[in-house]
Write a protein of this length. Structure first.
Length: 149
């Protein structure tokens, strides 16, 4: 009979587990209250206390106020810089599109100018006028040993 162990009934095991869970919940609740108390400096843990701004009067907030302001300024600078960069990218894209359009117009205009400046096209435009193309060849004018055209 010495080797036999007495096992408690199932109900006792459930009560022990329930008590352990309740104790764990109490400890977690106390930890949360301690943390809130550290932030606010008061024992009142309610939605009204949070909305009333008790957190802002707590010791933790007062100690870290400058750090919070610094992080806020960095966040605003980051967001504004990103917005500025996006605007610059949009403007660059628009200017590149305009540049491509202008290059195409330049190519079109220069090809039309080359076509219209050919001698045969000029002669066709001069048929109705009294002007005619020259029949004598070009000649050089020599002045003091320097040739000029």
């Amino acid at each position: 009979m010495k080797d036999q162990t007495i096992t408690p009934p199932q109900e006792v095991n459930e009560e022990i587990e329930q008590a352990a869970l309740e104790e764990e919940v109490k400890v977690k609740k106390q930890d949360k209250e301690k943390l809130f108390n550290e932030f606010t400096g008061s024992d009142d843990v309610s939605l009204a206390a949070i909305l009333a701004g008790d957190i802002l009067a707590g010791g933790w907030f007062r100690q870290n106020f400058l750090y919070i302001v610094f992080v806020t300024i960095l966040t605003v600078a980051y967001v504004s810089n990103r917005y500025f960069c996006q605007q610059e990218q949009i403007e660059t894209k628009q200017l590149n599109e305009q540049l491509i359009d202008i290059r195409y117009k330049l190519l079109t205009t220069s090809s039309e100018l080359r076509k219209n400046s050919r001698a045969s096209i000029i002669e066709q435009h001069l048929k109705d006028t009294t002007l005619r193309a020259g029949t004598t060849p070009n000649f050089k004018i020599v002045r003091d040993g320097i040739s000029e055209r």
